[in-house]
Write a protein that binds this ligand. Sequence first.
Ligand code: ZN
Length: 66
Amino acid sequence: MITDPVCGKRINRGKAHVVIEHEGVAYSLCCPLCQAAFERAPGSFAKPALGEKVRRNPERRPYRGR
Ligand SMILES: [Zn+2]
């Protein structure tokens, strides 16, 4: 479960309407309204504690075909 930062609803991460990445953190929004609100003012809704860090650490990936 993950919290929608706009309405505060707890949603199943697989059932989020959309996942938006903002400053390296992925936020799950439950519906188009929350998505629109978030996109209008991401800075006021984005709270890293409510999102999930986007893992983009290249060192964690096995090197292939180099
Ligand atoms: Zn919502």
